[in-house]
Design a protein around this ligand. Structure first.
Ligand SMILES: NC(=O)c1ccc[n+]([C@@H]2O[C@H](COP(=O)([O-])OP(=O)(O)OC[C@H]3O[C@@H](n4cnc5c(N)ncnc54)[C@H](OP(=O)(O)O)[C@@H]3O)[C@@H](O)[C@H]2O)c1
Length: 243
């Protein structure tokens, strides 16, 4: 009888940026697959919503990717971590042509990368040989459009960091999931225009609609489960980079 080594049953999973959107979907789906999950984010409003969404089935904590102490508190509580995920946004993006941005605005996008670096540095000593790390980039890393240079550059940096880490931390597996345009709280500032704007943004994609958090979370669960996958980027983008 073969043993299913890819099962998430009883596995301990930490999702930084797990109180909304894609990270929250990972927390929900991993819990449904039998994992013990800790989901974390910064704001109390997202934490409160995540506690309701968890139905008491996973833990919700406060942490910031830029604050090692807040993450260390969770990692200590968990002990040995099987799968560490960072789906946090973690940086401010200015969507303007490069020459219309200040250096500070451009650099601010890289806060996402510095946050992910801190997640890995802080979490590394809690991982074992069979653990995995999953980071989230975004389709602009390889789909170049005007006014998206910060998104593109930081996404590409996250993808390259994951390959460097896959080599340095092996046999710990390190992967990236790259979402296309996904209907999450990230676009809530659009208010009443959100649905129409998302429809417009995705109308030329091969799958002409915004994705769901759950569709992207499937990608995260795939790289966590499959023990032969490392140093790769899984695109869950409705074909955005080809359209
Ligand atoms: N949605 C898309 O279309 C899309 C496209 C490409 C890439 N992405 C990437 O996918 C990832 C998830 O995005 P999403 O759409 O799911 O966003 P979301 O719905 O806004 O959720 C982001 C989550 O991360 C948390 N977070 C943000 N900054 C954090 C920080 N510094 N430390 C800890 N937690 C933090 C948020 O809670 P708090 O704000 O309360 O901390 C929330 O739980 C991000 O890396 C994003 O760049 C998304």
């Amino acid at each position: 009888m073969s043993i299913d080594t890819s099962s998430l049953e009883g596995k301990k999973i930490v999702v930084i940026g797990g109180t909304a959107g894609i990270g929250l979907a990972v927390a929900n789906m991993a819990t449904a697959a039998g994992a013990k999950v800790w989901a974390a984010g910064r704001s109390q409003s997202h934490i409160d919503k995540a506690i309701i969404a968890s139905e008491g089935l996973f833990q919700v904590r406060q942490a910031d990717t830029h604050d090692s102490e807040s993450m260390e508190k969770i990692f200590k509580e968990v002990g040995s971590i099987d799968h560490l995920v960072s789906a946090a946004v973690g940086g401010e993006r200015t969507l303007k042509p490069f020459l219309e941005q200040t250096q500070d605005q451009f650099q601010a996008a890289y806060d996402k990368l510095w946050g992910y670096c801190k997640v890995v540095r802080t979490g590394a000593s809690y991982l074992t040989e069979t653990s995995s790390i999953t980071l989230v980039s975004g389709s602009p890393a390889r789909k170049i459009k005007p006014a998206q240079s910060p998104l593109s550059c930081v996404g590409a940096a996250v993808e390259n960091l994951s390959r460097c880490l896959a080599v340095e931390l092996a046999p710990i597996r390190v992967n990236v999931v790259s979402p296309g345009t996904v209907d999450t709280a990230m676009f809530d500032a659009m208010g009443d225009q959100k649905a129409a704007n998302l429809a417009g943004m995705t109308s030329t994609h091969l799958i002409p609609r915004a994705g769901t958090s759950e569709e992207v979370a499937e990608g995260v669960l795939f790289v966590m489960r499959n023990r032969f996958v490392t140093g790769t980027t899984v695109d869950v983008d409705g074909g955005r980079i080809l359209s």
